[in-house]
Design a binder for this molecule. Structure first.
Ligand code: SF4
Length: 428
């Protein structure tokens, strides 16, 4: 099989993995004339495909053959797809070639599991090691690691990669047993724990070296991430968000990526035949953002009673949904509220909250001032008090308040397409 065909098969097989963003990576570069590539400056500048996926990396699998039989995966053992495999040398040469032609800023490398987890991991590491040590490649490298591989190998992967990730895939042991019987949540989390320790030790060592003004003797990936598939099992949003919360707090993950399940050709009969609404993935990203940057507790993000228990509202964003469930917390006085209170106001993001806190030191803010700060007044008005505005007239207690915010179906589709990347990187 020629290299072009292999690339076609292996790049296509990798497209289901969403965990390829590079935020927080070290800014390595070759501006001093040494080495090849750059992960900073004009190096990594992501582009996003219309579906929000990162497209600036060479994103491939070393092979799409796999011993495992995860039902949701097109590369599973029982799948009837054309198989291909690249040697480490082929991946290295493609990466360098594409980099020099300015097609890519880095490499995202994963693999189906062949022979055993350690053998596969060694192949993946060999690519990264030779890129760094033989070719002095300074571009971005993201390696997907295999939780069943030995801890030493996972740690070695971290020495050459900017980011490493282990996909948790499903939020519960029960779902994994049904859909990915060879995988094990405990083992995955154990591997994440090992990586977390290595990352923290490396950071501490780098700090000490900086203080002593000596060159670091070793390096390690700056972060780890994971991916969860949305809608392949019957886990509700609360279960997914609880797992993410545990991963952020327990293992210090940089990101959890949510990837809406897309039915694959000739899929297993235990999988749903239709994809979940894409807006669900979007709402999960928004809720995730609220947990990490807005001070929301995971238990606040979904209703705890009624028919929608555990589900995110698909029609309105999760902060607005929370506000409508907790009208007693509003209206909030813009001039006296704490930062925590301001962050709870629908339509008010982190950036605008900080601008308000700064601006109100010198003046009393009126609606026109908020408009100048580009605050989303349409969304905020029912929830705030300013000297020239009191929301009683807007009917904070009215049952019709929610209807003001519900988008028409077409508009919702537009909201999703337009703001997919801001859900990942923006404000809620
Ligand atoms: S281990 Fe990975 S590549 Fe193999 S079947 Fe499972 S998800 Fe697919």
């Amino acid at each position: 099989m020629d290299l072009g065909r292999k690339l076609e098969i292996l790049a296509d097989a990798a497209k289901y993995d969403a965990s390829c963003a590079s935020s927080g990576a070290n800014r390595r570069n070759s501006m001093n004339g040494k080495g090849v590539g750059s992960a900073g400056g004009s190096g990594i500048c992501h582009s996003y495909a219309p579906d929000g996926r990162c497209i600036s990396l060479l994103k491939i699998l070393m092979t799409n053959s796999c011993m495992y039989d995860c039902h949701y995966c097109i590369n599973r053992r029982s799948s009837n797809v054309e198989r291909a495999r690249m040697s480490p040398e082929e991946v290295i040469s493609l990466t360098l070639d594409f980099y020099k032609r300015n097609y890519i800023e880095g490499l995202f490398l994963s693999s189906g599991i062949i022979r055993d987890a350690d053998f596969t991991m060694e192949m993946v590491i060999r690519v990264a090691r030779e890129l760094r040590e033989v070719h002095d490649f300074r571009g971005y490298i993201h390696l997907k690691t295999i939780p069943e591989a030995s801890q030493e190998l996972i740690e070695e992967a971290g020495k050459y990669a900017d980011r490493i990730s282990i996909n948790i895939e499903l939020p519960s042991e029960k779902s994994l047993r049904v859909l990915a019987p060879e995988k094990n949540l405990h083992r995955t989390q154990q591997a994440m724990g090992g990586i977390r320790t290595k990352i923290e030790n490396a950071k501490q060592e780098a700090k000490e070296h900086r203080q002593l003004k000596i060159k670091p003797t070793s390096s390690f990936a700056t972060g780890q991430s994971t991916q969860m598939i949305v809608g392949a099992d019957d886990s509700d949003d609360a279960t997914m968000l609880q797992r993410s919360d545990l991963l952020y707090r327990g293992y210090h993950l940089k990101r959890v990526y949510y990837s809406a399940f897309s039915p694959i050709p000739a899929s297993s009969s235990i999988l749903p035949s239709i994809a979940p609404p894409l807006i669900r993935e979007h709402r999960l990203y928004q809720a995730d953002w609220l947990m990490r940057f807005y001070g929301f507790d995971v238990s606040e993000l979904t209703p705890v009673e009624g028919k929608d228990t555990g589900k995110l509202d698909l029609d309105i964003d999760p902060k607005l949904a929370w506000a409508l469930r907790h009208r007693e917390a509003f209206p909030i006085e813009i001039h006296t509220a704490t930062r925590e209170q301001l962050l709870r106001i629908p339509g008010l993001g982190v950036r605008n909250t900080d601008r308000i806190l700064k601006a109100r030191r010198w003046s009393i803010l009126r609606l026109e001032d908020l408009a100048k700060l580009r605050v989303n007044l349409k969304k905020c008005l029912p929830f705030i008090i300013t000297p020239d505005h009191n929301p009683i007239k807007l009917g904070l207690d009215s049952d019709r308040l929610r209807a003001r915010f519900e988008p028409a179906p077409k508009q919702m589709e537009f909201e999703f397409m337009e703001s997919k990347s801001s859900a990942v990187f923006g404000e809620v």
